[in-house]
Ligand binder design. Structure first.
Ligand SMILES: [Fe+2]
Ligand SMILES: [Fe+2]
Length: 316
């Protein structure tokens, strides 16, 4: 297991994290939608969001990803504006342009689940990207699990329909129970466990309107079972937080929107990770890349090295 977590020993294993693409153009609302939660989101998109989340930024992102060719790409939700079936189809076409679903893994965000909707017509359109390695019931694939060499990518869905003006998330007891046994199993296998979800997992960090309702239960679970890295979106901001784990503090990284011009907050960014295994620890190089409006390209903003302990039960 030393040296090579799944790809060439010198190159290390690479993965990228992006989020909050908001890439679709919603259709005019039906009379029923016009009275409900989608109406508020539609107005917000018409007035502001369509000028901020831009397809040309996503074109630049796709080119930057193609040049780097990471071994796995993780997308932590909010591909759409309102979660309409036609938007999910638009997002599917974008996903197809990104590459083989075996290399691109996805969890939904709150914008993708604004209203309860038939699975097959909405999130079901993304099934190859939502799926883990093992067959699972189509409408409940979470936690999803992909083993890639010494790395395990575990995806959670925190996306649930909420009342108007709320953007909260929830994992639920069933998903959390399955997650805990999975993390323990993957720890025993000696894998570098990457957990990714849409909402921020750190309790008390968010305003009530946007928080993950069961973040305290998730944090307690992580403190017991352990994980090496947690990734999320939702804020459209770069964030470095930490969670308690059985072997020390665990990094929890938030990423900005992948399509934002930067007129109303952070410009688009995404993160690249490169991983190597040492006998008693994991070595991770983090590179954050930011969209530059002048050049229309993503460029390196920050490079940092992280080190995480390896679980003592792991095989040397
Ligand atoms: Fe978002
Ligand atoms: Fe969100």
């Amino acid at each position: 297991m030393n040296g090579d977590p799944g790809a060439g020993a010198t190159r290390g294993f690479t993965f990228a994290h992006l989020s909050d693409l908001h890439l679709s153009t919603p259709a005019a609302l039906t009379p029923r939608e016009g009275l409900g939660k989608r109406a508020l989101s539609y107005l917000s998109w018409q007035r502001k969001r369509r000028h901020e989340y831009r397809p040309e930024v996503l074109d630049a992102l796709r080119a930057d990803l193609a040049a780097a060719s990471p071994d796995q790409i993780l997308i932590s939700g909010d591909l759409t504006q309102l979660g309409q079936p036609a938007e999910c189809e638009q997002a599917r076409r974008w996903l197809e342009s990104l590459g083989d679903p075996l290399r691109v893994a996805l969890v939904p965000g709150n914008h993708d689940c604004l209203l309860a909707a038939p699975w097959a017509a909405t999130l079901g359109r993304w099934q190859p990207w939502l799926a883990g390695d093992e067959p699972t019931p189509e409408s409940t694939p979470f936690p999803s699990l992909r083993r890639r060499g010494s790395v395990a990518f575990v995806g959670l869905s925190s996306a649930v329909p909420t009342a108007p003006l709320l953007a909260t998330g929830r994992l639920g007891a069933r998903q959390r129970a399955r997650l805990e046994s999975l993390l323990i199993e993957l720890g025993r296998e000696g894998r570098f466990r990457v957990l990714y979800l849409h909402h921020a997992p750190v309790p008390g960090e968010d305003r009530w309107r946007k928080h993950l309702v069961d973040a305290p239960a998730l944090a307690a679970l992580i403190a017991r079972a352990g994980v090496e890295l947690v990734l999320h979106g939702h804020h459209h901001r770069t964030r470095d937080a930490q969670l308690d784990g059985p072997l020390g503090r665990i990094p929890a990284h938030g990423v900005a929107s992948a399509s934002a011009l930067g007129g109303h907050g952070e410009a688009a960014a995404y993160s690249r990770y490169r991983l190597w295994a040492a006998p008693d620890h994991w070595r991770v190089a983090l590179e954050r890349r930011r969209y530059q409006r002048a050049s229309g390209t993503f460029v390196r903003e920050e490079v940092r090295e992280l080190s995480m302990p390896r679980c003592p039960t792991q095989e040397p």
